[in-house]
Write a protein that binds this ligand. Structure first.
Ligand code: ADP
Ligand code: MG
Length: 305
């Protein structure tokens, strides 16, 4: 029996309709007693490849499992993590206000409406007011960890200049997001080198916007090709999906949908892999007579390469 079918059966037994539901598999509070906080930067080099989408969806998935998760939007000029989470009207204070002593940290950590154990911290509302140093970033992350958060995900700005350096400063781990395009892969490779130079060795790869039809006709690199080119362990592969755009516009992460789209499943499984709850990849090309039927043609080769 394929892994996907096995997993689906498990979830059906739990009375859940979707292929995977993080909420139904939540962590027991006692296992969090001695949890060492993990600070993970989501980065790419190239802009527009899906860092913010990844931060929002993986963060939300982990929160739904019961962990306390803080997301830091360190992209000042193109701040949009608040929009993806539907929290844009709630930001009164930012990290800049905390640093300047205008408010407490908990006032700048905006709690998600749906999952209170998920919070968002924006660095600054405008570019002019950006004088955050690397030391500030490290202090902020330390304070968030001391406040009891288990996961701190830092959404990195594009490029490799000062914003990038500040964002990776406090991280011990990184997720490198790329699309299967040579320009994005080259930037991802550059970023991998910079992370290593900074002593960040726990790095995982997320390949986004994969189009199975193009992989099949050899017009797009397969996930395996990308992974082999970069030589970074794979966290997940996300298909190109119009649902991503819809969820962005609605301010509702994909992983919250009752019936997950394929990209939602892929994000949720990447989150589970990140926390060590799943050590295999869904075989999306295996014959399956359930709800995935309609997308099966599209995804045939995504994970096979
Ligand atoms: P970044 O943070 O790296 O700049 P974003 O997460 O903001 O990238 O994504 C850039 C654009 O690409 C957004 O409009 C988003 O909706 C779209 N996008 C990201 N991932 C996908 C996907 N898997 N399928 C379709 N559109 C996507
Ligand atoms: Mg972004």
């Amino acid at each position: 029996m394929s892994r996907l079918r096995q997993f689906s059966k498990q979830n059906k037994r739990r009375g859940c309709n979707t292929v995977c539901s993080a909420a139904s598999d939540s962590i027991r509070p006692e296992t969090l007693d001695n949890f060492t906080p993990r600070t993970i930067v989501v980065t790419s080099g190239k802009g527009g490849v899906g860092k913010t989408t990844t931060t929002a969806n993986i963060g939300m998935s982990i929160a739904r499992l019961g962990y306390r998760v803080a997301l830091i939007d360190s992209d000042i000029g193109l701040r949009n993590l608040d929009l993806l989470l539907g929290l844009e009207n709630r930001i009164l204070y930012t990290a800049m206000d905390v640093i300047e002593g205008q408010c407490r940290l908990d006032q700048a950590l905006i709690k998600d409406k749906r999952w209170k154990n998920l919070a968002l911290l924006s660095i600054s509302k405008n570019r002019q007011k950006y004088n955050v140093t690397q030391k500030h970033m490290e202090q902020l992350v330390q304070s968030i960890a001391e406040a009891g958060y288990h996961f701190i995900l830092i959404d990195c700005p594009a490029g490799i200049d000062v914003g990038f350096i500040h964002a990776i400063g406090p991280a011990q781990e990184a997720i490198i997001v790329t699309t299967p395009e040579i320009t994005a892969i080259r930037d991802a490779d550059r970023v991998a080198g910079l992370l290593e130079a900074k002593g960040i060795y726990q790095v995982k790869l997320l390949v986004n916007r994969v189009r199975a039809d193009m992989v099949q006709t050899n017009d797009m690199m397969s996930v395996r090709d990308v992974q082999e080119m970069l030589g970074i362990p794979l966290l997940g592969a996300i298909p190109e999906d119009t649902q991503v755009i819809i969820s962005t516009n609605r301010g509702e992460p994909l992983v919250l949908k009752k019936k997950l789209s394929l990209s939602g499943i892929a994000f949720e499984n990447s989150a589970r892999r990140l926390i060590g709850k799943q050590d295999y990849f869904l075989d999306l090309s295996a014959p399956y007579r359930g709800f995935l039927q309609r997308v099966q043609d599209r995804v045939h080769d995504v994970f096979r390469g």
